[in-house]
Write a protein that binds this ligand. Structure first.
Ligand SMILES: Cc1cc2nc3c(=O)[nH]c(=O)nc-3n(C[C@H](O)[C@H](O)[C@H](O)COP(=O)(O)O)c2cc1C
Length: 295
C-alpha cells in the first residue's frame, strides 16, 4: 500500500448549454466530500467542455504518445497525473456522448490500469446503456471499470426543480468511491510495471522509491538488518529504529532504487552524490530471496 493521496478526476461529459451534467457533478462532489477526506482522495472536477478538444486531430496513433497539439499535451498531462476517474455521463441515443468517446480516444497509456467509476443519468434506463457502451471502450484502454455504479433517473432526482437524489443513491456514490480507492491501490503494481525497468527475476521491475514507499522500506530494512543485530549483539543499527519520518526524509534526499514483484518490495539500494563522490548504501534483499544474485 502506498500512503500517497489519490487524485481522482470527476469527468463531466455533457457539453450542451444548460446541461444537467454540471449539477450532477456538483451533487456528486458534495456528497463525497466527507468520504474523500477520510480516504485521502482529492476529487478534481474536470468539465470536458473546458478542454477545448476538437474531434481527434492527432496524426499518430495515441499508443505512440507523440502529441503535436497543445490541447492533447495538456489533456495527456491531466490524465497521466490522475490515479482514477469517475465519469459523470448522460445517455444520448442509448449510448455514451461523443464528447466522452472523443476524450477517451485521444490518449492511450495515460489511462492504463486505473479504475473508472460511472455516475449515469437519463430517463427510464437512468443512463445505464451509456455506461455499458463506455465499458466496451474503456476496457480496451486498460481502464478498469468498477462494479459499483450510480444510476440516476432524472425524473426521480428532480424535486420541485431541485436536484436531490434519494439517500440510497448518495450511499451508492460513497460505496463507489471506497471501491475506487481499494482498486486504485490494488492496481498500483500493474501501473508501476508499465513504467519501470524490468528486473532480474521474471515479472520483477525496478524504479525509484519515493517518500510514499516508506511503509514497504521500513518493513524491508527491519527484516534485513535483524541478522546483523543478532550477529553483532547490538541494536545500534539505524535501519532498525528509524522512524517513518526519518525514512521519508532520506527517501527524499537519496536516490533509492527499489526492486519489486507484484507490489512487494524485494530489495533496494540507495545512492547520494557529495561533490565528486558517489556514496552507495542500504543494499538490502528480502531474507527469503538471498543467494539469487539480486543484490
Ligand atoms: C441528443 C440527446 C439524446 C438523448 N438520448 C437519450 C437516451 O437515449 N436515453 C435517455 O434516457 N435520455 C436521453 N436523452 C435525454 C437526456 O437524458 C436528458 O436530456 C439529459 O438532461 C441529458 O444530459 P445533459 O443535460 O447533461 O446533456 C437524450 C438527450 C439528448 C440531448
Amino acid at each position: 500500500m502506498s500512503t500517497k493521496r489519490l487524485r481522482v478526476l470527476v469527468l463531466i461529459c455533457s457539453t450542451r448549454p444548460h446541461a444537467l451534467g454540471p449539477t450532477v457533478g456538483s451533487w456528486l462532489t458534495e456528497t463525497l466530500a466527507p468520504t474523500s477526506r477520510t480516504l485521502d482522495v482529492d476529487l478534481v472536477p474536470v468539465a470536458l467542455a473546458d478542454l477545448q478538444l476538437p474531434f481527434l486531430d492527432e496524426e499518430e496513433h495515441p499508443s505512440h504518445g507523440v502529441y503535436r497539439h497543445e490541447h492533447t499535451q495538456r489533456w495527456s498531462k491531466t490524465v497521466a497525473a490522475a490515479d482514477g476517474f469517475i465519469v459523470v455521463t448522460p445517455e444520448y441515443n442509448h449510448g455514451m456522448p461523443a464528447t466522452l468517446k472523443n476524450a477517451l480516444g485521444y490518449l492511450s497509456a495515460e489511462w492504463a490500469w486505473k479504475p473508472v467509476g460511472f455516475v449515469s443519468y437519463g430517463n427510464t434506463s437512468a443512463g445505464t446503456r451509456a455506461v455499458q457502451h463506455a465499458k466496451q471502450v474503456t476496457t480496451t484502454l486498460r481502464l478498469v471499470p468498477l462494479g459499483s455504479t450510480v444510476a440516476l433517473r432524472i425524473a426521480d432526482a428532480l424535486r420541485q426543480d431541485r436536484f436531490q437524489p434519494a439517500a440510497h443513491l448518495a450511499r451508492a456514490a460513497v460505496d463507489m468511491l471506497e471501491e475506487l480507492a481499494r482498486v486504485t491501490q490494488a492496481l498500483a503494481p500493474l501501473r508501476q510495471y508499465g513504467q519501470a525497468t524490468p528486473g532480474p527475476l521474471p515479472g520483477s521491475y525496478a524504479h525509484r522509491l519515493r517518500p510514499e514507499h516508506e511503509p514497504q522500506v521500513t518493513v524491508l530494512q527491519r527484516c534485513c538488518w535483524v541478522e546483523e543485530a543478532i550477529a553483532n549483539n547490538t541494536l545500534q543499527i539505524p535501519a532498525l529504529h528509524e522512524t517513518p519520518g526519518q525514512v521519508r526524509e532520506w527517501l527524499t534526499d537519496w536516490h533509492t532504487t527499489g526492486l519489486w514483484h507484484s507490489g512487494r518490495l524485494l530489495g533496494m539500494v540507495r545512492t547520494i552524490r557529495h561533490g565528486s563522490e558517489l556514496h552507495i548504501g542500504r543494499l538490502a534483499v528480502a531474507p527469503d530471496l538471498r543467494g539469487r544474485g539480486l543484490g
